[in-house]
Design a protein around this ligand. Structure first.
Ligand code: FES
Length: 135
């Protein structure tokens, strides 16, 4: 007899195997012209997700798609001015925003998929980070 796990497909961010042991994958929350940019990152066997907004000047951390890490893959790097964050905590250990942190987005792995945790209200999170339209 097989056991079936039901998942909410609207909360799926990616397959866990897509991340490997140290991969990253961008995703967006919300709809409309200003969805909230976020990314999910593997930290060994664990998975974390953060809003893709640097604690320094609120710029996106990456220039290239799905590229968030330092050269050796051990830390998260902001390409704008070089802030360096811990992968497991989002805490900035070096750079112009040292001591501050990325905004965490709770995620979980269910049946081989990375999902937003049930506690995450995507609309509320998007509203908190709402950007004004360009002039
Ligand atoms: S915006 Fe990230 S270090 Fe300045």
């Amino acid at each position: 007899m097989s056991e079936t796990t039901q998942i909410d497909v609207e909360r799926v961010l990616c397959r866990r195997e897509d991340l490997g042991r140290d991969g990253c994958r961008e995703f967006r929350l919300g709809s409309g012209p200003w969805p909230l940019r976020c990314f999910v990152i593997a930290v060994g066997d664990q998975v974390r997700a953060y809003v893709n907004r640097c604690a320094h000047q609120a710029l996106p951390l990456n220039l290239l798609p799905d590229r968030f890490l330092t050269h050796d893959g051990s830390m998260i790097l902001c390409t704008a001015h070089g802030a360096i964050y811990e992968k497991a905590t989002g805490y900035c250990v070096a750079g112009p925003c040292a001591g501050r942190s990325l905004e965490s987005v709770p995620v979980q792995v269910v049946a081989g998929f990375v999902l937003l945790e049930d506690s995450v209200d995507a609309d509320s999170l998007c509203a908190r980070f709402a950007e004004p339209p360009a002039p």
